[in-house]
Structures are given as structure tokens and as C-alpha cells.
Ligand binder design. Sequence first.
Ligand SMILES: Nc1nc2c(ncn2[C@@H]2O[C@H](COP(=O)(O)OP(=O)(O)OP(=O)(O)O)[C@@H](O)[C@H]2O)c(=O)[nH]1
Length: 533
Amino acid sequence: MLNKPLAVHFRAVQERWGECLNNPDTNQFIEFALALNSATEQCKERKLPGLSRLCEGLQNEVMNLSDNPANFPLTHSVVSALSRQVETILSSVETSRKVDVQERRTLSTLVDVERFDTTRPRTIWLVADARHPWVEGLAKQLDFFGFAVRRFDWEDPMPPTASPLVILFIPQHEYGNAETERIQRIRAHYQASQLFCLAVPELLDPMVCLLRAGADLTIPAVQETTTVLAQVLDLIEAQDQEPYRVLVVEDSPTATAMIKRTLEQHGIANYAISNPEHLLDAVWRYQPDLVLMDMHMPHCTGVEATRVLRQLPACRSLPVVYLSSETDIGMQMAALRLGGDQFIAKPFNPVLMTTIVKSKIERYREMQRSGVHDSLTGLLNHTASKTRLQNALLAFGKEAGSLCVVMIDIDHFKSINDVHGHPVGDQVIRNLAWLLKGRLRATDIIGRYGGEEFMVVLRGIGMSEGFDMIERIREDFAALPHVYSQGALHASFSAGIASYPLYATDSELIAAADNALLEAKRAGRNRLERAAL
Ligand SMILES: Nc1nc2c(ncn2[C@@H]2O[C@H](COP(=O)(O)OP(=O)(O)OP(=O)(O)O)[C@@H](O)[C@H]2O)c(=O)[nH]1
């Protein structure tokens, strides 16, 4: 079922639209666009690309209309067209909800269903001949990661109500007219789904043709099925993101109230100060992702305050966006040269402001993340996982606590690379990362410690529970088929586990788990060993 916040956002879209119909002036339409904007963001966060695309399209249309007062009052045909789009969006939301309830089927016994986030629809349809060499492996692997996969022949009718997360197409020979028309019809019916065409020749014409028919992504014939899997997994990966944090520096109470309201409507946390004298203190205490800075304040100008901020090493790349009625281009350029990132004209357009704020924060966070995350798996890198372990131990202080450190290493990985190639080896690493992310808790620390070595810190549990948890993952990993162009391969890992407080420091825990891992390798691999006392 859709969880509450998403339903709330779509109710707001419906209500705002009702208000537009009752009182069709520009302000109501801007409010409607704002509601669509929050719904779009919520859909993106929940990896519902089709729905977010529908909301975004309507939002842009409404903004274009609102920008020109000459469009008002709207003609009957414009209002009907908008109404139809609203209906499509709301029925797609309803369909997603039904699909989730009706089509959640019993997953493989290997999959710990409770661990998956069932608030997102996880249905994938595969339009392909059952005998196609990719079908079996691809379906098996998607199923393993918790998706409900359903296959259709190219000619099969599709269920009238369901709107799956993704529809994958694999042609028997090539994408001819019949296939393209089929995709076009499916696009028209399942607007909220993401359509991926596999095995597309790397030529401009067929790719354009499929994109025109409504495909979202064409995956070249030369690419491995692993690429498809990686793209599907990336699409739905939950982004465990903290709410964005904006510090507002603005001396006008009216402007502050408007800014705060706009940010709050978009789920952006914020804190406002009216006097730039408190800027440094507020930055330290609030740790914002962005500063929205008024240009003209009594105590000092926004540009001067930004220059001060830029003197602090921790704030050199913190985005600063000026809010200003400044129209002099020379002044604007001077202000940007002195440390600001962007201007937003006052009175500000709320949708434009939140779009700028969000995109700047996304890039800032991405930059921050790249320092601590591993690019292949998205897990913490070596240094960051060690630091997190140290912090977890520090947090215990003098109080008793329990924790386990596990070192994991994929078995005979060199021969996987040698036999199947480096890209397939990379995919095996990614699959293990996916399995760990899917099975462990949000509070656990998961890092890629080296090439094919991972470190896991299980918080708040002792040896016996930790051992069982990793044992289950080990068994499941050994059973997981890693799909590639010539079929599927199997891999395994060995692991060693050590627990706190038997080993008290981070280096003792890591060394003990490492020794146990060596023991597991010596004892034949595909096993988990406890650290010796
Ligand atoms: N594909 C891929 N290979 C990697 C990566 N990082 C390291 N490797 C390879 O991983 C292999 C590790 O091999 P070894 O340490 O000799 O051990 P092993 O073959 O896994 O055997 P055992 O650990 O003894 O079971 C090396 O061949 C590395 O080149 C990576 O990011 N991607």
C-alpha cells in the first residue's frame, strides 16, 4: 500500500485542483503547481518514475500557463485537457496501490520478505518469448531481489488495471513495426510504468523510433543483462536521505514567512535568522545544506556575509543562493564572483525557488557523498566504514553495549574475473552489496573494505544472533544466480565474525574478524567462522 505521506501529497493535488476549478485565477494555479511539485518529489524519492514524470509534465504545463496573465480565464478546452491529466495521475496512484496489494505474490523462500520495503510497487513485467536465452536467468535474479516478475508473450493481452514498476521488452529477433506499435499501445495504457527496451541495435534510427513510441530507456544489444539488472536496481534503490536543511538569512519577517512556508510545503527543513551577526553560530549549530541569503540587510550585505562564510574551510563549498530584487547585471556578477552560487529574483516564484534549492542541495550532497561512498556499490568506502565503527564504539562510552564486526571475502574471485571477465566480476560485487543492503538493518554499517572484501558492523546484537544473521546471508548468496550474457554463474563468500566487548577496540575487532575469515578460507571456503578467544 502507498504509505501515508504519498497519499497525503496526492490528496493535496486533488484539493488544489478543485480550488482551481472553483476560482480559476493565477494564484490558485501556482498553488496547484506547488502541490504537483511536492508530489513529483515524493514520487522520485520513492522511485516511482512514471508517476513523477506525469506530475512533472502537468506541473510544467501549469507553470507555463500561470506565467502569462493573458492565458486567463482559461478556455474550456484547456481546462478539460488539464482535468484529464489530473484524472490520469490520480488513477495511476490508485492503480499502483491495487497492484501492490493484488500482485504481491509469495516470493522465493530464499527472500526474507519482511526485509523489503513493500510500500513501493515491486512488480516487473517481461515481454519476451519464454525461450529467449536471457529470460530465465533475468526473471530468477529479479525474483531473488524481491521483485514479482511476470512474463508475457509479445501477443499476450495484459491485465487491464495493473501498472507495474517497470516493463522490460526483449524482441525475439528485432524491433519491427509490430513490436514498436505494441510498445506504443502499452505506453498509452500504463503511463506510470517505466519502459525499458533491451537488445536495441546501437543505431540512431531504431533508438529514436523506440523512444518516440514511449520507451524510457533503450539498452544496446551489446550490453550484458547485468546492465539491465543494475539499472532496474538503481531505479528502485531507496535513498535513505535526511530531509534537506536550509538556513534562511533574511531581515524581513514577511519574506521570511513566505520562504519558510514554501520550503515546508516541499518537506525542506529550515531555520531562519534575521541578523547576519548570528550567521556563523547558526551554520555551526544547524549544519545547513544551503544558505538562502537576502542581499540587502541593515547590518551587512549578503555578499559581505557570504565572503565571511567562505573564509571557513568547512563552508567553502556550501551553496549560497541570493534572494534579491537586484536587477543590475553588473552588481549580480560582482556578487557571484564574491562567493554566491545563484540569484533568485524577488518576489520569487516558489516553484522556481524550490527547484533551484533542491538541485543545488542534491549536487552538494552528491559531492559530500563521493568522499565517503564507494562508486561501484554505493556502500561506505574503506576509511568511512572504519570511522563509523570507531564512532559506534565511542558512542558506547562507559556503558555496556553489544556489536559484531564481520569481514566478508568473495571466494575464488580471481577465477570469476578470469573466466567471465571483469564486468561480470563487478556485477557479482554489486549483487553482494545489494543482498547485504537488502537483508541488514538501516542501523548496521556496511562497507566495501577492499576489492572483493566487505566489512559489516551489526549494532546492538551479540555473537549468537549476529552469527545466524550472516549465516543466512551466506547461504542465500551461494544460491543466488548471477546472470550474464551466457547464462548464470554462482559464487560464494567466506566470513569471520568477532564481537564486542570480547574484542574491545576497532583494530582488535577487525584483526580478530580478519583472522577468523582466514580460518574460514583455510577450512574450505563458503563458511563463517567465529573469532577465537
Ligand atoms: N572485477 C573486479 N575485480 C576486482 C576488483 N577489485 C579486486 N578485484 C580482483 O579480485 C581478485 C582477488 O583475488 P585474490 O585476492 O587472489 O583471491 P580470490 O581469487 O578471491 O581467492 P580467495 O580469496 O582465496 O578465495 C584479484 O584478481 C583482483 O584483481 C573489482 O573492483 N572488480
